[in-house]
Design a protein around this ligand. Structure first.
Ligand SMILES: [Zn+2]
Length: 315
């Protein structure tokens, strides 16, 4: 068979999620092993990953173009998920019936390794599945930000599971396997994680709606970042750098806030949500609005933003 193997991301500015391990390193390691194993089994393999890209869309389009131009029989995109550190397990996306038929055994083999079966899912929102002409699957091997998955994960076992799922067999033990060492830390942030975080914080884009979680930096995501930066008194760059991520994480950490004992980013965020003056000081006005919010949500109106109140605010 002729496979188009698409090693996810690894084509700046198309970079992967940043978890306990970097998605870029994981997809490269597993992907190269999959390619070597398929070749060892005498399959043809087209490596679809571009070296560099002008943009994320360019990166995705190039991958599809390479697969289409080479008329591969099956396109396989390899990714690792990231969400909130707790979500874990494996999911495989496909659109066509033939895609689903190819994806099912891959999912089966990976979950045999002990990963939670999230399922075989409809990938009609995924660019590389929509824009390839042949059956295509996208494998989210497991979560690179979940301790549970990263403890279980082992690149050789993951690559074997994918190959076994694709072709039903593995090369002999003595076949050479390419090992790719870890790359340097990449300080950039995964766009998808950013969109999920902003949606959880109920920070809308320019259209006033929650963001489409598609992993693309567009006007809506950029505007939402600016909105968050304005709310939390960070310089409005529209780019989520370290300062912005630190602020997002400060809010998501749900620290207990009470009058005269809290200030800063989390307080500004609560003030924004409750319509208080956005001065970053947990004074009487903020406390009053917190009590009102608690009453409206059938919570004890103690004016302290604790776990229950945070859950009502951001889930
Ligand atoms: Zn990915």
């Amino acid at each position: 068979m002729k496979f188009g193997i698409d090693i996810g991301h690894n084509s700046f500015p198309d970079i992967g999620a940043q978890g306990i391990q970097l998605e870029d390193n994981l997809t490269l390691d597993v992907g190269n092993r999959v390619i070597a194993k398929l070749k060892a089994l005498n399959h043809q393999v087209i490596d679809c990953k571009p070296q560099r890209s002008r943009s994320i869309t360019d990166s995705l389009a190039t991958r599809c173009n390479i697969a289409n131009a080479n008329r591969v029989d099956l396109f396989v995109s390899i990714h690792f998920n990231a969400f909130n550190g707790l979500a874990n397990g494996t999911e495989v996306f496909a659109i066509s019936d033939n895609g689903r038929k190819s994806g099912q055994p891959v999912l089966d083999e990976i979950t045999k390794l002990g990963f939670f079966r999230r399922g075989l899912k409809n990938g009609s929102h995924l660019y590389v599945l929509k824009n390839t002409n042949m059956p295509a699957i996208l494998v989210e091997c497991c979560f690179c930000d979940a301790r549970k998955d990263m403890k279980l994960y082992e690149p050789e076992a993951m690559a074997n599971a994918i190959v076994k799922g694709l072709v039903g067999e593995l090369p002999g033990e003595d076949e050479p396997v390419i090992h790719i060492p870890d790359e340097e830390d990449n300080p950039n942030t995964a766009v998808l994680r950013l969109q999920k975080a902003l949606n959880r914080l109920k920070i809308p884009g320019q259209n006033g709606r929650s963001l489409v979680e598609d992993g693309f930096i567009g006007l809506q995501t950029k505007t939402a970042v600016e909105n968050f930066q304005r709310i939390t008194a960070i310089q409005q760059t529209g780019i989520a750098g370290n300062t912005t991520w630190k602020a997002i994480n400060q809010v998501l950490s749900k620290r207990i806030l009470r009058i005269n004992h809290a200030g800063g980013v989390a307080v500004r965020y609560v003030q924004h949500r409750l319509g208080a003056d956005n001065d970053g000081m947990y004074g009487p006005q903020t406390e009053g609005l917190v009590k009102k919010f608690q009453q409206q949500n059938s919570l004890v109106a103690d004016g302290i933003v604790g776990t229950m109140t945070w859950t009502k605010l951001i889930g």
